[in-house]
Design a protein around this ligand. Sequence first.
Ligand SMILES: Cc1cc2nc3c(=O)[nH]c(=O)nc-3n(C[C@H](O)[C@H](O)[C@H](O)COP(=O)(O)OP(=O)(O)OC[C@H]3O[C@@H](n4cnc5c(N)ncnc54)[C@H](O)[C@@H]3O)c2cc1C
Length: 491
Amino acid sequence: MKSKKNICVIGSGFSGISSATYLADKGHNVYVLEKNSKLGGRARQFISKEFTFDMGPSWYWMPDVFEKYFSDFDKEIKDYLTLKRLDPSYKVFFQDESIDIPANYEDLKDLFESIEEGSGEKLDLFLSQAEKKYKVGIQNLVYKPGLSIKEFIDKETLKGVLKLDIFKSMHSHIRKYFKNEKIIKLLEFPILFLGATPKNTPALYSLMNYADIKLGTWFPDGGMYKIVEAMVKLAEEKGVKFYTSEEVKKFSYSKKEISHVITSKKTYDTDYVICSGDYHHFDQNILEEKYRNYSSSYWDKRILAPSSLLFYIGLDKKLKNVSHHCLFFDKDFEKHAEEIYSTPRWPSEPLFYASFTSKTDTSVAPKNHENMFLLIPIAPDLEDNRIIRERYFELIISRLEKLTNQNIKDHIIYKKSYGIRDFKKDYHSFKGNAYGLANTLFQTAIYKPSIRNKKLKNLYFCGQLTVPGPGVPPSLISGNVVANELIRNID
Ligand SMILES: Cc1cc2nc3c(=O)[nH]c(=O)nc-3n(C[C@H](O)[C@H](O)[C@H](O)COP(=O)(O)OP(=O)(O)OC[C@H]3O[C@@H](n4cnc5c(N)ncnc54)[C@H](O)[C@@H]3O)c2cc1C
């Protein structure tokens, strides 16, 4: 190894823990500074009235990325997490019916066939192409730092890239295969993870349909926070030190480098710094103006993934007619998308998502009780107050009761809301975004905010506002990518 360095990682979300672990594995002295009292960033967990709530991510997709992460350190994921594949993968509510999406592929094909004749076979074709995209994407695209187009100019990548449908939209790609509106909605749903509309998302991302249908939806015993705990355990085994309730306030500089990191508690010497929290905050609020990578107008032009209004609810009874993951597509998707992206405002008739982890895991709620998480995607930076939140709560609870045919309101024994104001306060989130930047074509790879600072040679960035993008698996990858780049540049 080259000489041992002091490396400061700011932020303990997935990307921060990932980058810290890769660097400590190479023998460096790595410490993580986290402003909140708990590790995990947007994936924190809280327990109240015996209900355990994951605060952010709830879908465990792309298990191969997690397996690779642990195997990179010669570990097996099963030694850290107990995972089960959910079946049904999820349930979708339309206006006139609800449909369980089976985990078994042949059953899913039968379901498609029962909705649209011939769609089973078309699904084979659609997914064989999606599988190729997934493999090219994982092998040749996402593990790259996105610093230069040259990274993508090798024979293998180019061969793959030509088949990737980068210039076609998901909207038209899906409609080439399928006509039925319900099937189209089912296949467009994974795009919501990317934070953009099907019209603005390259057809490359049908790879997400492969992830959904073929690789499956999983859940770790104890909740998504168990992933954070597993990663922290591995990081600590490698020697990473974590410090919580310690917010980084500023840097001091010497010879075009950051020399010290100054927190709410003390000052740290450092050789290298990785900012893994919201990129915009470090670029615009922490760095001195002359060291910023971007202008405020650059940031204002970025297309953000949506924010969300969330509710964490404890119920004193078990619910019927719901599954672990439920999607409520009983209203007009286009209209809601327009109210997020084109004319940002509080949605008139929002689609929403509900998760009932106690359907799978008895440890997250008391016996005969239910744990309910509700998420309404909304435009970033909207006005957010108690009255608005309450209005939306009433609106979706009434729909939930009607669609699942039961009384819910009278059984609420715990309730907490979380929204734009909280995202800003807890994470310094730019415009209160929940999932970072949308994965549109011109916000992909080399078009993302750069993982390197152009003026300070020891400053790097990772996380959901840079490559490869939003989501838990991309955040793990982002930490890996930035660690590799930093290691390559260590003198
Ligand atoms: C409601 C919600 C639902 C989601 N659902 C899913 C899902 O189902 N599946 C999925 O794959 N992804 C999901 N995501 C996305 C996923 O959770 C994120 O992309 C991922 O967790 C981001 O990790 P990160 O490391 O980039 O950032 P973060 O998790 O935001 O971590 C950054 C950390 O930096 C800290 N920080 C910021 N500023 C400072 C400072 N000055 N000093 C010290 N520390 C600082 C913050 O406190 C934070 O802990 C969801 C996100 C949300 C919000």
